[in-house]
Unconditional design. Structure first.
Lengths: 711, 86
């Protein structure tokens, strides 16, 4: 039986030995196979020895058998030990292969360097740095790829770890990368492994985000983002400022608390806007808003739908319309005043012609019937009324900025000082007048008489606002504005140097409504008959004519302040030549050519001059005047001509006549007396003008003055 | 009679068996490892039987011992076959 076992053993061992040389995967390595061969060899020996032993053939093998008997388990132990070592090496190799594959196939660029020199680079690094193969990078200095040499300091440190952002130079241009470095052992020596991440796109996105955030922060328009429930998710500083909230205070609030006059209206509005945005994608319109302090304002808003992280939101871009509405109102007011002014100016011109006739004829009638009391009284009343009408016309012309004015360099302090005594008398004892005049006040270019008129009108207005007495303060100041927004009325007032006159009173004050119409002609809050409503309108016209600004600030019960700004004039004060005055109506015998297209006016001039002894040659227009001058061989001393006439104007006529008669003097008359108006355009410099309406005495004085200057 | 060398062999066999079982995870890369372990186990059992056969009345263990050696060789042959033909 034992022999059978041994035979089985021998056969099995031989089969095993046979297969041992055909091993594939999963088999022991070279050393393992050697150990197994030894085991099998020993096994074969024992099976043969045992078999022979039992057959009592080989007793001589016993001593060797005893020794080899002990060796058998030792060989098994050695076999498993060797296989264990082989397994370890195998796993290590597999692990290395796996890591190598990972590194080689990684989309992340990986570089190993020592002392700034590249020792290893994977294909992704080669692609990033513009090399055709990773091997091309081995041995290259890493510094070569850095766009900024300042970033190269870390290259010499082989123990550096952490991350840094640097710019790289590549054949395709500059890119921005993040270096994540860690010290490693590379082929047995210390080195640094860099994982290089291309962050160019991230940086561009970050910069775009930052730019977007800065744009939002610096936008003039308010931006507000709310979710579909109305909760505010974001608001920019302009929005917070517009609604009077602190930074970040709006976030989390209900957007409905910002709009509408009450919560119900706000809810309805919110629903309507939501519906419109859903249907048409946006909503555009004016919103009525509430500030934190409860005050209200209107804004122009554009609301669009937006989906953020799965939430439906409303994005509102709003612009505060308060300032725009104020400006529109101001502009509208200015246009209205301009239109009213034009109308007033046109009426005043025609009135002047009529008044010249009325007053002239009345004065002639009075001169001819000095002793007839029954005629004298009504004539005097006509004269008085026409005088009053002349005054009104003059005021209308002032408002329409068509008042004849002589701009000179003057100082407002002089005007105030000069007027102070008169002002005190005018406003009465129960009003305390105080003047605060700035020393070294700049000069202005304006008509002195008009400045006095403004001062008087404002003082009178203040007096009427203080029926029970009070305080009137007249103040002058130099004011400079470097930029337009510093000026009190920025859009209309250019930056520069100005002289201001401030007239303030402690009177009853005015309502918003009154302030809105304050400078309109014939607007008055006084009782009928107590004011014409032209005082402040005149001030407005005068200030505008002198290229200045006037506005009023007031509220009921807290007095009023009128502020006038005139541009500074660098020149010195002009000296004024007093006009020559005649003690009585001057007379003469000179020859005077009178040219006036308005028959009634021509007639009155002819009659006045004729009465005064002059020889008068009347003509209805320029052509007739030229014909008279051509026919008449005698010298003509004076030409009195209307400035604006059909076919030939006064100036053209004068120019043609003075060619043949160089000693001819010229006196212009006009119903359009304004500077900058048609009259001004039609006159040469230094021409003498007599404005309509004029009295016979004024005409006589002017005629005499010119003739005497000529002689 | 229990021979000293048989005891030493048994101890070495048990030691080799322990080493194999303890490292069987790292040895798992070997194909049909269980046959190798079975072969060594049978061999060790044969070593034990060799000792036991020396005791009076335990002659049967001589046959068991040689059967174990034969089975052990058979297990190796099977392992070698499987490894070579996988």
């Amino acid at each position: 039986m034992t022999i059978v076992f041994e035979l089985v053993g021998v056969l099995s061992t031989l089969i095993a030995l046979g297969f041992l040389f055909r091993f594939g995967n999963g088999a022991p390595g070279r050393d393992g196979r050697r150990a197994m061969t030894a085991i099998l060899g020993l096994s074969l020996f024992f099976h043969v020895a045992n078999g022979l032993d039992y057959a009592r053939i080989t007793p001589i093998l016993d001593p060797i058998e005893d020794f080899l008997w002990v060796l058998s388990p030792v060989l098994w132990g050695f076999f498993f030990y060797v296989c264990g070592q082989e397994s370890l090496a195998l796993r290590l190799r597999e692990s290395e292969d796996r890591i190598r594959t990972l590194v080689e196939l990684s989309s992340q660029a990986i570089v190993v360097f020592r002392n700034g020199e590249i020792l290893y680079a994977n294909p992704a690094a080669a692609k990033l740095l513009g090399a055709s193969a990773a091997s091309q990078l081995v041995g290259a200095p890493l510094r070569r790829f850095l766009a900024d040499d300042g970033d190269a300091s870390f290259l010499s440190d082989d123990s550096i770890s952490g991350s840094r952002e640097v710019s790289l130079r590549t054949p395709e241009g500059g890119i921005e990368v993040e270096f994540s470095s860690s010290p490693i052992q590379f082929r047995g020596t210390p080195a640094v492994q860099l994982i290089v991440s291309d962050i160019t796109a991230r940086k561009v996105a970050e910069r775009a985000l930052k730019t977007g955030a800065r744009v939002l922060q610096s936008m003039i328009e308010g931006v507000c983002l709310s979710d579909e429930d109305g909760e505010i998710l974001y608001s920019n500083p302009a929005e917070e400022e517009m609604f009077g909230y602190e930074a970040g205070e709006l976030v989390g609030r209900d957007v409905r608390t910002l709009h509408g006059s009450d919560d119900l209206e706000a809810t309805k509005l919110f629903q309507a806007i939501g519906k419109s945005v859903l249907e048409r994608g946006s909503w555009v319109g004016e919103l009525f808003n509430r500030r934190k302090d409860g005050s209200t304002f209107t804004s122009y808003a554009r609301i669009t739908a937006l989906e953020l992280e799965g939430r439906k939101c409303l994005l509102c871009v709003a612009e505060d319309l308060s300032e725009r509405k104020r400006l529109e109102e101001r502009l509208l007011q200015a246009h209205k005043m301009e239109s009213v002014g034009r109308l007033a100016g046109g009426i005043a011109h025609d009135f002047n012609n009529l008044l010249t006739v009325v007053s002239g004829s009345t004065e002639l009638a009075l001169a001819r019937a000095p002793d007839d009391e029954s005629l004298k009284a009504p004539l005097l009343r006509i004269l008085q009324a026409s005088g009053r009408a002349t005054e009104l016309t003059s005021q209308l012309l002032a408002f329409a900025r068509k008042q004849r004015f002589t701009p000179l360099v003057v100082n407002w302090n002089d005007c105030v000082s000069e007027a102070e005594t008169m002002l005190r008398r005018l406003i009465g004892e129960d009003i305390d007048l105080r003047t605060r005049l700035e020393e070294g006040l700049w000069n202005v270019r304006a008509d002195r008489g008009q400045l006095m008129q403004v001062l008087m009108n404002l003082a009178l207005n203040a007096r009427d606002a203080m029926p029970a007495g009070g305080e009137l303060v007249v103040e002058t100041r130099n004011r400079s504005f470097a930029i337009a927004s510093d000026a009190p009325i920025p859009p209309l007032m250019a930056p520069g140097n100005y002289v201001s006159l401030v007239v303030s009173d402690s009177g009853t004050g005015m309502s918003e409504e009154v302030l809105r119409h304050l400078f309109e002609p014939f607007f008055t809050t006084k009782e009928p008959g107590k004011g014409t409503g032209l005082g402040l309108a005149t001030c407005y016209g005068i200030v505008k004519q002198n290229e200045g600004f006037i506005w009023a600030a007031s509220s009921p019960g807290s007095g009023s302040t009128f502020t006038v700004y005139l541009p500074r004039c660098e020149a010195d004060i002009d000296t004024v030549r007093p006009e020559r005055a005649f003690s009585a109506t001057p007379r003469g015998t000179e020859r005077v050519l009178v040219v006036e297209d308005e028959l009634s006016v021509r007639a009155i001039i002819v009659e006045v001059l004729d009465t005064l002894g002059y020889e008068v040659l009347p003509a209805s227009d320029g052509e007739e005047a030229l014909a008279i001058a051509e026919r008449d061989p005698e010298p003509i001393d004076l030409l009195i001509t209307d400035v604006i006439m059909p076919r030939m104007g006064g100036r053209a006529l004068a120019e043609r006549l003075t060619v043949t008669r160089p000693r001819l003097r010229v006196l212009y008359i006009s119903g359009y007396p304004a500077r900058g108006s048609r009259t001004d355009e039609a006159l040469e410099r230094g021409a003498v003008l007599l404005e309509k309406p004029f009295t016979p005495l004024a005409l006589a004085n002017k005629v005499r003055e010119i003739l005497e200057l000529g002689s | 009679v229990i021979e000293e060398r048989e005891v030493v062999t048994l101890l070495l066999g048990l030691g080799a068996l322990t080493l194999a079982f303890r490292n069987r995870r790292s040895l798992s890369y070997l194909h049909s490892l269980e046959l190798l372990l079975a072969s060594l186990s049978l061999l060790t059992f044969g070593f034990a039987s060799s000792i036991l056969e020396g005791l009076p009345g335990w002659v049967v263990f001589d046959s068991i011992e040689h059967a174990c050696y034969a089975l052990s060789s058979l297990a190796i042959a099977l392992w070698a076959y499987r490894t070579a033909t996988r």
